[in-house]
Ligand binder design. Structure first.
Ligand SMILES: [Fe+2]
Length: 158
């Protein structure tokens, strides 16, 4: 899924496009602005979500240096956006700029012949150790956050 967040330059409405139809989103009589992550000139350390994955738990901190959470300047929300799921957690001033998401990663598994440089090893004492599995995370999982002053930022989970 590409960028899905849009903002009205007049009233400040922010919407998430949950299915692409193709039309133009308008608000207050004009076209909404598509928010493109990581394009505002501001501290990357304080805005790019720092993400750690432990099995099916995704822990997020904004950012590698924690962002302020005061009424004039704070992280309004943190969102998980994947091909199969959108989840948004709202924050308030005074809270920590952190969130946790549960996500069941899916994997593409592929059998690849194991070689030691001299060619394929046919077997390993009867055990099925002559193949390794390569696993790929599917579903394009990204973590977004929105700063009231510095806009939209994201980290893709590989
Ligand atoms: Fe900020």
């Amino acid at each position: 899924m590409g960028e899905i967040f849009y903002r009205c330059k007049v009233c400040g409405n922010i919407v998430a496009l949950i299915k692409t139809g193709g039309g133009t989103l308008t608000c207050c009589g004009q076209e909404m602005e598509k928010l493109v992550a990581n394009t505002v000139d501001a501290s990357k350390e304080k805005h790019v979500p720092a993400v750690s994955v432990d099995n099916n738990i995704i822990k997020v901190e904004v950012g590698s240096v924690l962002h302020p959470m005061v009424p004039e300047h704070y992280i309004e929300w943190i969102a998980l956006v994947a091909d199969d799921k959108i989840e948004i957690k709202y924050l308030k001033p005074g809270m920590e700029p952190k969130a946790e998401f549960e996500y069941n990663f899916s994997y593409d598994e592929e059998k690849v012949p194991y070689t030691d440089g001299d060619g394929e090893i046919p077997n390993c004492e009867g055990q099925p150790c002559n193949f390794v599995y390569t696993e790929k995370k599917a579903n394009n999982v990204s973590i977004y956050e929105y700063c009231n002053l510095h806009g939209l930022w994201k980290t893709e989970i590989k």
